[in-house]
Design a protein around this ligand. Structure first.
Ligand code: AMP
Length: 447
């Protein structure tokens, strides 16, 4: 490859000037999960291909067209995970978590890989926040998962959002529904794409999420699964709705939602943006997968979960002008002249950093003027200059870069004086705050 090597199409670098945004939404996700009793699980980025064939399903778009699959040097078929649930279930079984108190509630932040056509909000490497609840059959578990996702979006400040729910029934309902779909699509055989033609026999429901424009237009008028669900599944779905009502969560029943992965049973749901600029963007989705644990070799055990894309969330936040916390600041730049001053700066910076402050010192050997310029550019809140005079007198001037005020500080008691100046500034800013104008994010930052 000639010239500079570029990032692979559909991947995205996160630069230091942006990474604090991701850190913020990730930390908020983990905090929200913790409030509902979900704790983090980490699984490998690659798994045996068979895991995804058996869980996501061989006739899905993800498995048929989108997986990054390769043979490793030991000639084993390996796949970069296209989603998080399969790996979480594999780990749940492998580590005997079914012997722990049930339900087991896990969450994760992971990268996922799908060979899709890159576009806004659709990447080949993307990141998901996901939660899984293993061992709860009741629709309360589904309601809790929807509530968790909903409170996360609320916390972040995404207001224009629809919660759409549906039930796709159990395998028994699915048999009847598949037969109805087969009949419907058989009449349009000539127009279906090749992949969907093969799905017609094996899994006609997957035709519903084909991305080809012709197939999706045909799918729009297909029978809907809600008309085919059994009494038990209907009761489960109705109970879910009564729990969502009790939680004051507004939702709409959308009988068109089926989700693109084979493992779902009964409840499926999506969080869809209603903001003008990102209308229709699916920020997250999930549902119940009562058959998956057994399918992957465990005992029959109900489960449900949710996953959302972090990149899509960032797009939605930026497009709707939702504020992020302030970018992290450098609290103090120590500007030095000469070797002895540098030694003092090393000592002071080490103490302040241990106390939790972000401190910058000169590592380039620049002039005082150039160091001041750099301190300004990196938005230092305070600066102090240490040269021969300051070393001799043991005193220096701590300068607030915001208003230029200066405070004398003893070099041997630096931390104490700096801390006071820093807190005074924070208290003054707090005192001037008009709380009635603050957004949720501002409040999150303050407290
Ligand atoms: P899924 O695993 O397909 O149910 O997707 C769950 C969520 O992951 C979606 O709602 C998106 O927010 C996100 N997502 C899925 N595929 C992509 C992709 N190719 N690029 C970016 N985000 C994605």
């Amino acid at each position: 490859m000639a010239g500079n090597i570029k990032a692979i199409k559909g991947t995205k670098d996160t630069l230091p000037s942006e990474s604090y945004k991701l850190q913020y939404i990730e930390q908020a996700a983990l905090d929200t999960a913790k409030a509902y009793g979900f704790h983090e699980m980490r699984t490998p980025v690659f798994e045996y291909t068979e895991l995804f064939d058996r869980s996501v399903g061989e006739t899905t778009d993800v498995v048929q067209k989108e997986m990054y699959t390769f043979n490793d040097k030991g000639d084993r078929s390996i796949t970069l995970r296209p989603e998080g649930t399969a790996g979480a279930v594999r780990a749940f079984l492998e580590h005997g978590l079914f012997n722990e108190p049930l339900p087991q509630k896990v969450c994760y932040l992971t990268s996922c890989y799908r060979y899709e056509k890159p576009q806004a909000g659709r990447l080949r490497e993307f990141h998901q926040f996901g939660i899984e609840c293993f061992g709860a059959a009741s629709p309360v578990a589904d309601a809790e998962i929807i509530a968790l996702a909903n409170s996360y979006f609320n916390f972040i400040g995404i207001e224009k959002l629809a919660v759409e729910i549906n039930s796709i029934g159990c395998p028994e309902c699915r048999k009847k529904y598949s037969a109805a779909l087969k009949e419907y699509f058989a009449e349009k055989q000539g127009e279906l794409c090749e992949t969907c033609l093969s799905r017609l026999e094996r899994n006609p429901m997957r035709i519903l999420d084909c991305k080809s424009p012709v197939c999706s237009e045909i799918a729009e008028s297909a029978p809907v699964v809600l008309d085919y669900i059994c009494d038990d599944c209907r009761e489960h779905f109705e109970k879910l709705q009564s729990y969502l009502d009790a939680l004051n969560i507004e939702y709409v029943v959308n009988p068109q939602i089926v989700r693109g992965l084979d493992y779902y049973t009964r409840t499926v749901f999506e969080f869809v943006s209603l903001d003008e600029k990102t209308k229709g963007l699916v920020l997250g989705g999930g549902g119940r997968y009562d058959g998956l644990i057994e399918e992957l070799g465990g005992a029959a055990m109900p489960a449900c979960g949710f996953a959302m894309g972090l990149e899509r969330l960032l797009i939605a936040m930026e497009e709707s002008g939702i504020p992020f916390p302030e970018a992290p600041k450098c609290n103090l730049s120590i500007v030095t002249a000469g070797e002895n001053a540098l030694l003092k700066a090393l000592e002071i910076s080490s103490d302040l950093r241990s106390a939790g402050y972000s401190v910058n010192i000169d590592t380039v050997g620049r002039s005082i003027k150039a160091q001041m310029k750099y301190a300004n550019k990196i938005n230092s809140e305070f600066t102090v200059v240490i040269g021969d005079n300051e070393l001799e007198s043991g005193k220096a001037m701590l300068k607030s870069m915001q208003d230029g005020t200066q405070t004398e500080v003893e070099l041997n008691a630096f931390e104490e004086v700096f801390e006071r100046a820093y807190l005074d500034k924070a208290v003054a800013a707090f005192g001037e705050t008009d709380f009635s104008t603050l957004t949720q994010v501002d409040l999150n930052n303050l407290f």
